[in-house]
Design a protein around this ligand. Structure first.
Ligand code: SF4
Ligand code: SF4
Length: 444
C-alpha cells in the first residue's frame, strides 16, 4: 500500500463521527463574518450598517492579488461593520449580520438538488468563476484556490491531486462528503483537472475509510481519468509533501512548492466547493464540520453557514460537559486552542473538538533523554530535540541552518516524545522568529 517513506506516527484514530450523516445546523440569529478568512490580504468590505443582504451576495472583495471574495451566508441586515474578536481572541474587521429566518437567494444561484456533470467552461473561465465565488483551500491553509490553479510561467502541472487522506484523528468531514456527495465531489475534482489542462486526477484516501473508497470506485467507474489510490493509514499522510510522495514518488525539495515538481493539491471539501461555484454559481458560504471529542455526548457532522457562533453549536448539544479540558479548532495533532467561543465559523474551519480533561492534560516535561524517537517520527527528516533548545535560547540563525523552516508543524515529534517536551510549541515559535529574520534580511 502506498505511503510516504520517512517518519510518521499512529495516533488513536477516534473517528467518533465517522458514521454520522451531515445535518444542516440551523441559521444563527446573528452571523459574524471576518474580512480575513483566507491566506493573503484581507478582503475589502463593500457593505454598510443597515444594508439589506441576500444569501450569496458579495459583501467583501478580494482586491489584492492574493485575497478572496466573501459572500453573505444568509439573508438579513448588516448590524455592524467593526472589528470583532475571532477564535484566538484577537480582533479582526468583521461584518455582523442580523439574520432573517428564510433565505432569499442572490439572483443566478442554482439551489436545486440536480447534479450537473457537464463541464462547459474553459480553464480560464473556471479559474475566474472560482475566484468570483470566493473558493479557498479548505484543508486548513485557506489559500485562494484560483491562485493555486494559475500555474506560474516556467512551471507545468502534471498531476492534479485530491487530498482525501483525512489523517487527523476525530475529523470525518471528507469521509462524509465522499459518501454523501460522491458525484458532485468527483465532478469538482474533474473541474480542477480541467482548469489545470489535465485529463486525469488522482485521489488519495487512507485505507481506514473502506466505505468511501468503495463508493468512490463505484461512482468513478462512470467517469474517465479518475484514479483512486488507497494509502496506508499513517499520520501525517494528508500533509501535502507526504501525499505527493505517496502518489507520485516525487519529493518537494525544502523551500519549494508542489508546483515545482508538477503537482497541484486540493482537498475534498475544496473540490465540492469548486463544483458548487462552477456548476451551481454558488459562492462559498458554508463549512462542513465535525463536532466531536470524548466530552461530546453525540459526535456529529454539520453543514454550517459561515459566521455561525461556535457557542451555538455547543449549546445546541447540551453545553460544554464538565469533563471538557480544552476546545480546539482542527484535530488534536495540529489544531489550535479556541479561546473565544463566540467567534463565528470561518472558511476552512473543519472541526470543533472538545477534549476530555485527561486527554487535554499536559504532563510536566522532563529532560530530554536523547532517545531519538522525535527524529524517527519526523516526516521531514528534522531533529526536533535540537530545534527546541535553539528556540529556547533564541538562536534563530542556528535554527535556520537546522532547517526549522522545513517543519510542517505536524506535531509527530511532540506526540511521540516520552519526556513530554513541548517540541512543537518551541518549533512554532522558532518558525515565527526565524521567518521574521529571513524576511527582514530579504527586505534590506
Ligand atoms: S512538527 Fe516539524 S519537527 Fe516535528 S515531526 Fe513534524 S515536521 Fe518534524
Ligand atoms: S523524543 Fe523527546 S526525549 Fe527523545 S530525543 Fe526527542 S526530545 Fe529527546
Amino acid at each position: 500500500m502506498r505511503t510516504f517513506r520517512k517518519g510518521g506516527v499512529h495516533p488513536q484514530e477516534n473517528k467518533l463521527a465517522h458514521h454520522a450523516p451531515f445535518e444542516d445546523f440551523p441559521l444563527p440569529k446573528q452571523a459574524v463574518l471576518y474580512a480575513t478568512q483566507h491566506l493573503g490580504t484581507p478582503s475589502v468590505v463593500i457593505v454598510e450598517k443597515g444594508e439589506s443582504l441576500k444569501t450569496g451576495q458579495l459583501i467583501a472583495k478580494g482586491e489584492a492579488f492574493i485575497s478572496a471574495n466573501l459572500h453573505s451566508p444568509c439573508t438579513g441586515t448588516v448590524a455592524k461593520v467593526e472589528p470583532a474578536p475571532e477564535m484566538s481572541g484577537y480582533k479582526k474587521m468583521a461584518i455582523t449580520i442580523d439574520v432573517q429566518e428564510e433565505d432569499v437567494w442572490e439572483e443566478g444561484i442554482d439551489t436545486s438538488p440536480e447534479i450537473d456533470r457537464e463541464i462547459k467552461l474553459s480553464s480560464a473561465e473556471i479559474i475566474e468563476k472560482i475566484k468570483e465565488k470566493g473558493v479557498v483551500g479548505l484543508g486548513g491553509a485557506c489559500f485562494p484556490t484560483h491562485i493555486k490553479l494559475m500555474v506560474p510561467p516556467g512551471r507545468k502541472a502534471e498531476y492534479c491531486i485530491i487530498n482525501a487522506a483525512e489523517c487527523e484523528p476525530y475529523i470525518s468531514v471528507d469521509n462524509r462528503i465522499m459518501l454523501e456527495r460522491t458525484e458532485e465531489f468527483l465532478v469538482g475534482a474533474c473541474i480542477l483537472r480541467t482548469a489545470l489542462g489535465l485529463s486525469s486526477v488522482d485521489i488519495g484516501v487512507e485505507h481506514n475509510k473502506p466505505e468511501a473508497i468503495a463508493r468512490l470506485k463505484e461512482v468513478a467507474a462512470d467517469f474517465k481519468g479518475i484514479n483512486i489510490h488507497t494509502l496506508r493509514t499513517k499520520y501525517p499522510q494528508g500533509a501535502e509533501k507526504q501525499l505527493i510522495k505517496a502518489i507520485t514518488n516525487r519529493e518537494v525539495p525544502a523551500g519549494k512548492l508542489p508546483i515545482d515538481v508538477g503537482c497541484v493539491v486540493d482537498n475534498v471539501a475544496t473540490a465540492l466547493s469548486v463544483y458548487e461555484a462552477v456548476q451551481k454559481n454558488k459562492p462559498l458560504i458554508v463549512s462542513y464540520i465535525t463536532y466531536s471529542g470524548k466530552s461530546v455526548a453525540i459526535p456529529k457532522n454539520y453543514r454550517v453557514r459561515l459566521g455561525t457562533p461556535l457557542s451555538q453549536i455547543i449549546e445546541a448539544n447540551g453545553g460544554l460537559a464538565a469533563n471538557t479540558g480544552k476546545v480546539i479548532s482542527g484535530g488534536p495533532m495540529m489544531g489550535k486552542a479556541i479561546t473565544n467561543l463566540n467567534a463565528g465559523i470561518t472558511k476552512g474551519f473543519s472541526s470543533l473538538l472538545q477534549l476530555e480533561t485527561k486527554e487535554a492534560k499536559r504532563f510536566a516535561p522532563v529532560n530530554c533523554i536523547r532517545c531519538g524517537k522525535c527524529v524517527d517520527a519526523c516526516p521531514m527528516g528534522l531533529e526536533a530535540y535540537l530545534l527546541a533548545p535553539l528556540a529556547e535560547n533564541s538562536r534563530w540563525e542556528d535554527a535556520e541552518q537546522a532547517s526549522v523552516m522545513s517543519c510542517i508543524e505536524c506535531g509527530s515529534c511532540q506526540f511521540i516524545c516520552p519526556a513530554n517536551r513541548p517540541l512543537l510549541d518551541y518549533i512554532r515559535l522558532s518558525k515565527n522568529k526565524t521567518g521574521e529574520m529571513i524576511r527582514s534580511r530579504v527586505l534590506k
